[in-house]
Design a protein around this ligand. Sequence first.
Ligand code: FAD
Length: 534
Amino acid sequence: MATNKLLLAFAICRLMVTVGLTLDPVELLRLGVDGRLSVTPSDVEMASLDFGGLNRAEPLAVHHPASAEDVARLVRAAYESAHGFTVSARGHGHSINGQAQTTNGVVIQMSGGSSEAQLGSSGKPALTTRVAEKLWYADVWGGELWIDVLKSTLEYGLAPKSWTDYLYLSVGGTLSNAGISGQAFNHGPQINNVFELDVVTGKGELMTCSEEQNSELFHGVLGGLGQFGIITRARIALEKAPQRVRWIRVLYSNFSTFTRDQEYLISLHGQPPSRKFDYVEGFVIVDEGLINNWRSSFFSPRNPVKISSLASNGGVLYCLEITKNYDESTADTVDQEVESLLKKLDFIPATMFTTDLPYVDFLDRVHKAELKLRSKGMWDVPHPWLNLFVPKSRIEEFDKGVFKGILGDKTSGPILIYPMNKNKWDGRSSVVTPDEEVFYLVALLRSALDSGNETQTLEYLTNQNRQILRFCDDAGINAKQYLPHYTTQREWMDHFGDKWASFQRRKAEFDPRRILATGQRIFKPSFGLNTASW
Ligand code: FAD
């Protein structure tokens, strides 16, 4: 305890020296911050880095909160301090471009440790997941990882409805973006499956918000890139957890046929469960080595796929990935249901690959690949990822220009492509999507490797990303970045388009000193900081 107070005093002195924080350390101690304010090199180092590995920014201190009130106390101190300092919530640090970093303030570490040993068992502050079984929701701490939410809800035979492909992400981190996967066509993104939030605003006020209560804050925070508040609790919608999953992949060489089938499948969202798939995704195979991409080992050696013999059209193949959930009560009919859905599709005959596994194993599929890559030292490498929402009307052009053009025949990582229905996205949230009823996610999830191959270097991949963005601009494709990254306010204004005015208004209302999530580089803090450092 004494050591903790000493460290805290040291951290605050550091803040005072660096940004002229005028609070007396003893005064801040009296605020009763119960968590741990740390300046230990390992904490600072962890908060300086993220999954992208492209940016590095050292905070002055790292706060491990013990409760939502604790978060509020720290933000209030930042808001009220004469000179100001920034506060960035950090979930699991799986951003690409330093979005959870800050140099002129404190990182609040919302999720438990990020070391491999701690993955999946976050050192939970204050709120542990509470499942309201009869009301079909769970209240979870904002820093909770989705894998842990799943484990808690499964104890009641329940599970969240909408997912990301990877579960070692925090609830607050994905809700600040959208949270999408192959269920989004049906249930909408994760931000559409939240009933209520507790949020600490940039003024240090802890507010409960929902559609009915403080609705501006509620809608603003969802997809709000951490700009309006720190999510400390989320009430997540649940459904009965399926037991098993039939997981199917089929191949296409013709892009129009592939997208027609994907669009058909997502148009079934209003049908009863027996007449639609539960998950619709897909990926592009430009490079034969990637048929078994890092997201899972699926195609077994028993069913080898001769890509070269299938890919006629510019050497590119497309893989549709679909699943059907089932349990004991539907086990007898699942084959029939799958078969009648597959009959409507026009994939290359004899390219169907099926596997059957427990629901949890399907949801946690990417983690298995992560462990493999970690063991080969290929996980902690730079990830210059680019995620785009492309309007349906322009996806053919995108295919010709990017998949069959700019990418050449090497990709250095998976390229996902799947459509979603805009009517499943609540337009009042902060997230921006294209102005069409159907739009595609195109995710170029590439890793830079030091392999001696110039097409795998960070420079090469970053240049290629720029080329792709320029291609979209020049062709007027009106793609929108998902998990956006820009460096000028002009670009942010273009990104938000019609939503910019309300985004700015919400910022002025909920974070008037602009101290939150400065790593997004949308607003400069109101106090004089060296802008090069945020
Ligand atoms: P962080 O990187 O820690 O933070 C991201 C941003 O959110 C920062 O600005 C931070 O300040 C803010 N923030 C963090 N916590 C809070 C909080 N409690 N309240 C308010 N703001 C907060 N996304 C998808 O939609 N679908 C996918 O399938 C998907 N798969 C992924 C797979 C991998 C391997 C990786 C690395 C990323 C993937 N993502 C996916 C992207 C991911 O959803 C975002 O990067 C998300 O922000 C990561 O969550 P995090 O907890 O690591 O957030």
